[in-house]
Design a protein around this ligand. Structure first.
Ligand SMILES: Nc1nc2c(c(=O)[nH]1)N(C=O)[C@@H](CNc1ccc(C(=O)N[C@@H](CCC(=O)O)C(=O)O)cc1)CN2
Ligand SMILES: Nc1ncnc2c1ncn2[C@@H]1O[C@H](COP(=O)(O)OP(=O)(O)OP(=O)(O)O)[C@@H](O)[C@H]1O
Length: 188
């Protein structure tokens, strides 16, 4: 399926969700994440601060931020900087996402695990994002484990991937966890 078609279908599906369904899905997906070896083993983790149409990370960050070192992305032109999460130092940035303030930019090489937001995934680890390439550019610079997370319906049949797309190592939804590395991974 073409990326644009996927984006509009997923958007329509998301609009149908009740507040309770959103909450339950986030709880289920993040409970699967916290039981994964990749999460248990990692200390420095790049999370995302959720937008209203994404699985909410608020409760999860709240639960774990004292036991892991969490980081968040901050838009800097066409790139993403990575800064430590500190709940007292957040500010709305580009695209109205809460981002860390300050200048303690982390070297991406130190990040062990990246929780990647997305519009859709397929079972080969391909991902569709918001179409601005921010995560593709960031992920091309790291060897960290990449976990895509989303609602079950964000897992689609097949995504037409492009050469610059970086595949996920694991995809987690509210009902499934898919380990891509054990399958045929084509770039990475
Ligand atoms: N929670 C979260 N943080 C993130 C991302 C993300 O997808 N989710 N990003 C992932 O790259 C980066 C920010 N990039 C973004 C790019 C576009 C839009 C966005 O709202 N696009 C609208 C279109 C409006 C517009 O073009 O301005 C949309 O998708 O409807 C948001 C974030 C970094 N932080
Ligand atoms: N590694 C890269 N270096 C330079 N430009 C890139 C890179 N990856 C992607 N881009 C550019 O970003 C644009 C958007 O790419 P794409 O539609 O794949 O974004 P996406 O993966 O859906 O979004 P995002 O990564 O922001 O969540 C493309 O037109 C591409 O030219």
């Amino acid at each position: 399926m073409k990326k644009e078609e996927i984006r509009s279908r997923i958007k329509a599906h998301k609009a149908l969700l009740s507040e309770q369904e959103r909450r339950q899905a986030a709880e289920a997906a993040f409970s699967m994440l916290e039981k994964s070896v990749a999460f248990m083993m990692a200390d420095k983790i790049l999370m995302y601060h959720s937008l209203p149409d994404e699985l909410s990370t608020i409760d999860f960050i709240d639960k774990w931020h004292t036991r892991k070192h969490f980081f968040l992305p901050r838009v800097n032109g066409v790139n993403l900087d990575v800064l430590p999460y500190d709940r007292t130092r957040l500010q709305y940035g580009a695209f109205h996402i809460e981002e860390p303030t300050g200048d303690d930019i982390e070297n991406i090489d130190n990040i062990e695990l990246i929780i990647v937001p997305g519009i859709a995934y397929d079972n080969r680890g391909n991902r569709v994002g918001r179409g601005k390439g921010y995560y593709d550019r960031l992920l091309s610079r790291t060897k960290a484990t990449k976990i895509g997370i989303g609602y079950d319906f964000q897992l689609v049949d097949e995504i037409d991937s492009e050469p610059h797309d970086i595949t996920m190592d694991i995809v987690i939804t509210d009902s499934r966890i898919i380990n891509i590395k054990s399958r045929n991974k084509h770039n990475g």
